[in-house]
Design a protein around this ligand. Structure first.
Ligand code: FAD
Ligand code: SF4
Length: 513
């Protein structure tokens, strides 16, 4: 072989130009690696999803006539990514190593170390996945500076001519339909929530391997994996989304319920794993959604715009914010949060119904939808002042779609405000009132959402006010949140003290909530 090409577990892009036709002189390496399986405690379904998707991808390449070495944990024990690649390059006697640009800073550092040790030239190719070319990131993003998603998103809509009229205005007359898209699910709408499309991939051999190698894990998994592991699966999930979920995607994207067997998935696409492993391309996903909107009367502009915004907007934006701010992002803790993550993040055993649902389904499915991540678990960590490093590790481990480039800006930035506002213009801090507005969790909860003091008072309420008081100097001048202090200042001192006392009790007894 002349060339060794390496494909990582999140680089399963069958449409990549590398793979156009087989070449006898090129060998491909796809490997399960111990350091990748253990750099954080991953959910069992996440480990299985990545390994099975890699296995299937390797097989598809072999079937297409490529030379592929697929190495399992059994073959790679004791190896780092660098030592494995260099050893393989040596033993094959190749004259060149080709890699695809990794999406994670951690892996980029490893590739740089590898390049400095390699005896043959090392070439870095693009993954041919994202809409915004990597080299253009500095044109749109500035380090340690607040960059607003909305501005970036509008530029991307214009650049790719998505949902734009011939006059270069947004289709439907508006860029943003968020105000039409924030509905709660009413009781009589619960029965209409479609059943999610679940796959049934046998992963018993992977579970056995993970256990045999004593890979630490969290969450639950049985021998059938519900997640997509091939491009075809990803496309089926996309089709299912367009047919059954897109008509209500925007309308209910912020809604939460505990009262439906499909509460965990609702109208969300669950495409994030297939996208992040690069089995499907964001442009393809966007085009499919827009085509469904054009062909069907039951999908209005607010639904499709809401979806396009997530992929063309948020997903590309957080990637830009990640790269422009790495490695500084790792160190950010603007609110000086120092507390430990409570035990119930690992077992879901809490009396707070919203948290029990969000954590419970994360453990069961390796999935929670955006508002659960942001406004339930994320909000709780923000209010309770949990150290952002611990929060990051939990999110990075538990979700099937979690890769650092997308997890870190969402968690440390958007959710924990640890970057002091590079991403969010205000902290996403909310009392129980927000959760009550968007869900039916509160009426089934041990706590009273209307109460701020007393044993039965919703912990989110007193913690919210404590958070606001604690960060008054920083937040008072924020035009999007500063006016809240009027409500606090109106209350008499005895009431304020009682709320702060209740908050302190909640923090002192955080594991008992
Ligand atoms: P849908 O609701 O169907 O949305 C469609 C797609 O839009 C998603 O598949 C995703 O690719 C994209 N998208 C939506 N919101 C975002 C966002 N804020 N950032 C980037 N892409 C977005 N997403 C991940 O892919 N990996 C993560 O590790 C991750 N960690 C998160 C941590 C926190 C604290 C928060 C608040 C959000 C996180 N997100 C993450 C973003 C978002 O919650 C998930 O992308 C989404 O819930 C995945 O489910 P879905 O595919 O059903 O999404
Ligand atoms: Fe969550 Fe408070 Fe509502 Fe209970 S009352 S579900 S803790 S917001």
């Amino acid at each position: 072989f002349e060339t060794l090409r390496v494909i990582l577990g999140d680089q399963l892009n069958a449409a990549h130009s590398w793979l156009k036709k087989p070449n006898d002189k090129v060998a491909y390496l796809i490997a399960e690696l111990h350091p990748e399986a253990t750099y954080v405690r991953h959910h069992k379904q996440k480990l299985c999803a990545f390994f099975l998707a890699m296995e299937r991808f390797a097989q598809a390449l072999k079937d297409a006539g490529h030379n592929v070495q697929y190495l399992t944990l059994d073959d790679t024990e004791g190896h780092s990514l660098e030592s494995l690649i260099l050893g393989m390059a040596d033993s094959l006697g190749v004259r060149r190593i080709e890699l695809q640009r990794p999406d994670e800073h951690r892996v980029m550092m490893q590739y740089q170390a590898l390049a400095s040790q390699a005896k043959v030239p090392v070439h870095l190719a693009d993954t041919e996945h994202f809409m915004l070319p990597f080299d253009e990131i500095p044109r749109f993003f500035k380090a340690k500076t607040s960059v607003r998603m909305e501005h970036f998103y509008r530029k991307m809509r214009q650049r790719f001519n998505i949902l734009m009229t011939d006059d270069h205005t947004p289709e439907g007359g508006h860029w943003n339909y968020d105000s039409a898209n924030r509905q709660k699910l009413k009781a009589n709408e619960l029965k209409d929530i479609p059943e999610p499309l679940l796959f049934q991939h046998d992963v018993s051999h992977l579970l056995e391997r993970i256990e045999r190698h004593k890979i630490p894990f969290l969450g639950e998994a049985d021998s059938t994996l519900p997640w997509p592991v091939t491009r075809q699966d990803g496309l089926s999930l996309l089709q299912y989304f367009c047919d059954h979920l897109l008509p209500n995607f925007g309308r209910f994207q912020d809604a939460m319920t505990g009262r439906s067997p499909h509460a965990w998935s609702l109208y969300h696409s669950r495409l994030s794993f297939a996208l992040n492993a690069k089995m499907i391309h964001p442009n393809h996903v966007i085009k499919a959604a827009v085509m469904a909107y054009r062909q069907r009367k039951d999908i209005d502009i607010a639904q499709v715009e809401g979806f396009v915004r997530q992929i063309l907007g948020w997903r590309e934006y957080v990637r830009g914010m990640y790269w422009i701010n790495m490695p500084d992002y790792y160190e950010q803790n603007a609110l000086d949060a120092q507390r430990d993550l409570p035990q119930y993040f690992w077992d879901g055993q809490t009396k707070m119904n919203c948290m029990a649902h969000a954590i419970g389904q994360s453990l069961e499915y390796a999935y929670a939808h955006h508002i659960q991540r942001l406004m339930v678990t994320g909000n709780f960590c923000l209010l309770a002042g949990i150290h952002p490093k611990q929060v990051d590790e939990w999110y990075l481990g538990i979700y099937v779609d979690a890769l650092e480039w997308v997890e870190l800006p969402n968690t440390r930035g958007m959710s924990q405000f640890a970057d002091g506002g590079w991403i969010a213009s205000k902290p996403y801090a909310a009392s129980g009132n927000y959760i009550q507005k968007m869900s039916d969790y509160c009426s089934d909860c041990h706590y009273q959402v209307k109460e701020k003091v007393g044993d039965k008072a919703c912990p989110m309420n007193s913690l919210y006010w404590r958070f606001m008081v604690q960060h008054r100097d920083r937040l008072l001048k924020n035009p999007r949140i500063g006016m809240i202090y009027g409500n606090w200042d109106k209350q008499d001192k005895a009431q304020q003290d009682a709320v702060l006392e209740r908050a302190q009790w909640c923090l002192d007894n955080i594991n008992e909530l």
